[in-house]
Design a protein around this ligand. Structure first.
Ligand SMILES: Cc1cc2nc3c(=O)[nH]c(=O)nc-3n(C[C@H](O)[C@H](O)[C@H](O)COP(=O)(O)OP(=O)(O)OC[C@H]3O[C@@H](n4cnc5c(N)ncnc54)[C@H](O)[C@@H]3O)c2cc1C
Length: 160
């Protein structure tokens, strides 16, 4: 059976995985899957990034907008593996996903190696500071929920 792995459940990766899962995966107990579709993301949930400025402004609770990858996987016939892509072995068609750690429980998933037939890397981008001195140290990028919440906390503290 063909094995698809999509790394990155952002705007692109989540849409692709969902469509592949709907088309080839298992959505009920009677269907035989035609392919194995696996999504890998470092986070357990997806949020639509254009909403982040509302989280930063404090006008939106991110928990009400996040989509659990595990639930989406169940509804759309794919498998979800949480963890960070740490290595790619193209010769052997294999990726390594780093161990998953929890602040309270410590390591909850060991490092894993997954083999693929087709690999899609959709891990997005990072903030570009265009070499402007001081920006990286003093500005808060707005690319993750954590950064949006940090901005909101600092904004409220400054207003207080
Ligand atoms: C504040 C803000 C507002 C925006 N507004 C708009 C808008 O109005 N209209 C518009 O068209 N676009 C907008 N964009 C841009 C749009 O969000 C991006 O173009 C889009 O999200 C890119 O999709 P992507 O799938 O390439 O990457 P992303 O959506 O960034 O997804 C990347 C995924 O990969 C995961 N990942 C990254 N590295 C790893 C790793 N090593 N291992 C495992 N997982 C990993 C991340 O957790 C993430 O889930 C906005 C972006 C931001 C930040």
């Amino acid at each position: 059976m063909h094995r698809f792995i999509i790394v990155g459940g952002g705007a692109g990766g989540l849409e692709l995985t969902t469509r592949l899962g709907d088309r080839f995966g298992i959505t009920d107990s009677k269907t035989t899957p035609r392919a194995q579709v696996t999504l890998v993301d470092r986070n357990p949930t997806h949020i639509w990034k254009p909403l982040l400025h509302e989280v930063a402004a404090g006008s939106m609770d991110p928990f009400t907008q996040e989509l659990e990858y595990a639930a989406q996987a169940l509804w759309h016939g794919f498998e979800f593996q949480q963890g960070e892509l740490t290595a790619l072995d193209r010769a052997n068609k294999r990726i390594t996903i780093g161990a998953l750690r929890d602040e309270e429980a410590g390591e909850i998933l060991r490092e894993r190696k997954l083999e693929y037939d087709t690999l899609v890397i959709a891990i997005g981008s990072t903030t570009h500071y265009f070499g402007v001195e001081g920006v990286q140290e003093n500005a808060i990028a707005l690319d993750t929920v954590g950064q949006a919440e940090l901005f909101r906390k600092r904004l409220i503290a400054a207003c207080m």
